[in-house]
Design a protein around this ligand. Structure first.
Ligand code: GDP
Length: 439
């Protein structure tokens, strides 16, 4: 039997109301001992108005209380939600009264974890709860809601079922080659079945990568030689005097950053301390930070002046990083033909924002299709994709069925892991540890 858990579901601040959530087998019994109405006999979702008292019989507050009998509750257990007056002292005393009667304080994400363990939500839906709470734009919120309502899970479950059927057929062919009434799992059939699956996974993977930008924003590192105008461009982009602009090369000694919301996307800009070697200790520190920022960036915005046209890229670009070159100071110097250009000094930077958005989001469907976009989901999708590719390749080369089946089985397990069937407890910690308490 799992212990009954309790947590404050709203922030611990003074407000009109605070909500406390309780879940577990004993949630109703404990409530009976503190509340002036009996709730343990309710058979369906019910609401009450009454008084909660501490163990000495002192009334703590008059509250509204919702009782959700198992299994028709958020966690699948008996759940009580208490709406008390929004003074943290009141909420604290109510929680204390429950703790004294056998409840324990919930850990991060424990309510959602229980919902997952009791089959109320799958892992993708559970992750969406967290994404929804943490979304910083309307666009991210809309995507999270799609996942929360199961649209992304349905995609995965359909693929899993299709693949499961095929594996079943192949296995039957391996185990009972003498059966005539079973469809033959020949090269052609395997290709016909696996190819569309693999293409679909590839599509989900690439739209997920773009959807990650919608959820998490885009990290853009401004790189380039000292004095090309990185700090000035950052200021122009975020429309604030954030970065120190100076005519002396190498004056940006720390990472200066700023956020801009543009056309449905959050951009996180990082100005960098020049990448040139420096004997100055402080600047040396800045260079180390720069390297970190550059390696974590989604987009490298390389700022140049027209005379630097043939200079090599001053940093190592990773394969999945987007590189955009922009020629600055076009008020002074004519930029090369057909190249993106701007004047940070004049503040004409809308075209730079648009260029980044166009490269990062190649399809507007990214904003509307259900997506799998967090690191865990993307890395699993990558694995599933390569398993399916491997199966196709082996099939093409006429490899034995059991070898092909092994790759397909690995992809199948990947799909199961995506929705959280047979998850390891480490993974659970990782997923639910990111939550707030009370969720
Ligand atoms: P950083 O070292 O790359 O960060 O360069 P800064 O932003 O500090 O700029 C270096 C110098 O170039 C400063 O004197 C800026 O005023 C100047 N500058 C930056 N952008 C422009 C621009 O678009 N046009 C002109 N004319 N000067 C600029």
């Amino acid at each position: 039997m799992r212990k009954t858990i309790i947590a404050l579901a709203t922030p611990p601040l003074k407000s009109a109301l605070a909500v406390i959530r309780v879940s577990g087998d004993e949630a109703f019994n404990i409530t009976d001992s503190l509340f002036n109405k009996k709730i343990s006999t309710v058979k369906s979702r019910s609401s009450f108005v009454g008084k909660i008292s501490d163990k000495h019989g002192m009334v703590i507050d008059e509250v509204v209380l919702l009782a959700y009998p198992a299994p028709r509750s958020m966690t699948g257990e008996n759940v009580v939600e208490i709406f008390c007056h929004g003074n943290p002292l009141i909420a604290d005393d109510i929680i204390k009264a429950y703790l004294e009667n056998g409840a324990i304080y919930a850990t991060r994400g424990e309510f959602t974890e229980r919902a997952f363990l009791n089959g109320k939500v799958d892992l993708i839906e559970a992750e969406a709860v967290n994404d929804l709470i943490n979304s910083t734009t309307r666009e991210a919120r809309a995507l999270s809601l799609k996942s929360l309502s199961g649209q992304a899970s349905t995609l995965v479950i359909n693929l899993k079922n299709q693949l499961g059927k095929l594996i079943g057929l192949i296995e039957t062919n391996i185990d009972y080659p003498e059966y005539d009434d079973v469809e033959e799992a020949n090269q052609e059939l395997i290709k016909k079945e696996v190819k569309p699956l693999q293409k679909q996974i590839e599509k989900i993977l690439s739209s997920g990568t773009e959807a990650r930008f919608v959820h998490e924003g885009i990290k853009v590192a401004l790189i380039g030689k000292p004095n090309v105008g990185k700090s000035s461009l950052l200021n122009a982009l975020v429309k604030k005097d954030k970065a120190l602009v100076s005519a002396i090369p190498g004056t940006t000694r720390d990472i200066v950053e700023g956020d801009v919301f543009y056309d449905g996307l959050m951009f996180h800009f990082y100005d960098t301390a020049g990448l040139h070697e420096s004997s100055d200790f402080l600047e040396g520190l800045g260079i180390k930070k720069t390297q970190e920022i550059v390696s974590e960036a989604d987009v490298l915005l390389w700022i140049k002046e027209s005379e630097d046209k043939d200079e090599p890229l001053p940093v190592q670009k990773k394969q999945d990083q987007i590189l955009i070159v922009v020629y600055n100071k076009d008020d002074l110097k004519t930029p090369p033909n057909n190249e993106l250009h701007t004047s940070a000094l004049k503040g004409e930077v809308e075209n730079v924002l648009k260029a980044i958005r166009d490269k990062a989001i190649t399809s507007e469907q990214t904003f509307s299709l259900p997506s799998l976009a967090n690191k865990r989901q993307l890395s699993l999708l990558g694995r599933i994709n390569s398993d399916l590719k491997q199966a196709l390749e082996d099939n093409e080369e006429g490899a034995p069925l059991d070898l092909i089946s092994a790759s397909l089985l690995s992809a199948y397990q990947g799909l199961k892991a995506l929705v959280g069937e047979e998850v390891s407890s480490d993974l659970e910690d990782e997923v639910f540890g990111n939550f707030c308490v009370g969720k």
